[in-house]
Design a protein around this ligand. Structure first.
Ligand code: ATP
Ligand code: F1X
Length: 310
């Protein structure tokens, strides 16, 4: 299958708290709390590792929260090379309201990255990318790095002919697009920001998909939560419809989908099989509280139930 590399410049610890209803301006009492490692690339690595893939997690890490994250990766046996920083890895809060099933994300900005640490990351990444089957750049940027930092790192991977997957948003996403990555997976909000208008209708989604392909992307996946995802490749386009679940916990579903795409691609599957698997991976992740991904057997059991519409 070959090694897959993930890059998380802004990892996190996810605190998922459950309460009946969020009352702004009042004392809110939490009913349940769980702590998971987080950050989009870290999540992709966790899912791939759980499915038995060869994955290496890279990025930055720091402070006491960073120690917690590192010991988690160590314990799980996930190969990692995280450049240490003086600040703390951020803590992101996911508020789940049981009365409405509403989820609110409150994400910290993250630590400050020094130029020295960035150079160290480039050196490490350059070594780790040797012989890699694919690399994914995922998540927001921490303080101290310029908005074109992903471009700099993507360039490293492209010079080594390693296919690049991107999952980020806003200006960093725009900048990544200038490098024509191999694959991108924006959700509806993210692709709307890139297109400059709110995308809702199918014809707008198709237009966005074609715009992404026109920029040189080979695989553009636009995810739509419980409504599934659109897959755009030059020679074929289709939509997947996931199985429905009660009480979704959507945090990390997109990361599971990216992991599914990487898993399918590096297993040499065709795009339809890969799309079913990736869609199912998102659904399985959404069926678990916090950021959890489910086993390979679970995803494989759900994949055949994913509908494909051409
Ligand atoms: N409620 C749900 N029911 C079934 N499948 C879901 C649900 N939510 C997500 N999924 C699956 O996961 C995929 C990715 O979800 P989504 O579009 O929410 O990603 P995202 O916005 O990038 O998520 P995040 O940033 O929280 O990881 C969907 O295309 C779908 O296959
Ligand atoms: O602030 P970013 O980097 O955009 O997103 C970070 C994050 O919300 O994404 C993951 C879910 O996709 C979580 O584990 C994490 O907290």
């Amino acid at each position: 299958m070959g090694k897959i590399v993930t890059v998380t410049l802004n990892p996190a610890i996810d605190k998922t708290v459950t309460l009946p209803r969020l009352e702004p301006g009042c004392v809110n009492r939490i009913h349940q709390v769980r702590t998971d490692p987080g950050g989009k690339g870290i999540n992709v690595a966790r899912a791939l590792h759980q499915w038995g893939a060869d994955v290496t997690a890279t990025g930055f890490n720091g402070g006491w929260t960073g120690k917690w994250l590192e010991s988690y990766l160590q314990q799980e046996g996930i190969t990692h090379h995280l450049v240490p920083l003086p600040g703390d890895t951020r803590m992101n809060w996911k508020l789940m309201e049981t009365e409405t099933d509403r989820v609110t994300d409150i994400n910290e900005p993250g630590f400050r990255v020094t130029e020295k640490a960035l150079i160290l990351l480039e050196i490490q990444l350059s070594e780790v990318l040797e012989g890699a089957k694919a690399v994914v750049f995922a998540g927001s940027l921490p303080d101290g790095v310029s908005e074109d930092v992903y471009q700099r790192l993507i360039d490293l991977a492209q010079k080594k002919q390693v296919p690049v997957f991107v999952d980020t948003e806003g200006v960093p996403f725009q900048k990544c697009m200038e490098q024509a990555p191999f694959a991108v997976k924006p959700n509806m909000d993210e692709v709307s920001k890139w297109m400059g208008f709110k995308i809702e209708k199918e014809e707008d989604i198709r237009r966005a998909g074609h715009c992404l392909l026109d920029k040189g992307v080979k695989v553009a996946v636009i995810s739509m939560g419980e409504q599934g995802a659109w897959f755009f490749m030059k020679e074929q386009q289709f939509r997947t419809v996931p199985v429905s679940i009660h009480h979704a916990h959507p945090v990390g579903a997109g990361d599971a989908m990216v992991a599914g795409l990487l898993y399918g691609m590096s297993s040499g599957w065709n795009w339809k099989k890969t799309a079913r698997f990736a869609t199912a991976a998102g659904t399985v992740a959404a069926s678990y509280p916090g950021t959890q991904f489910g086993s390979l057997e679970e995803v494989e059991a759900v994949a055949p139930q994913v509908q494909l519409i051409e």
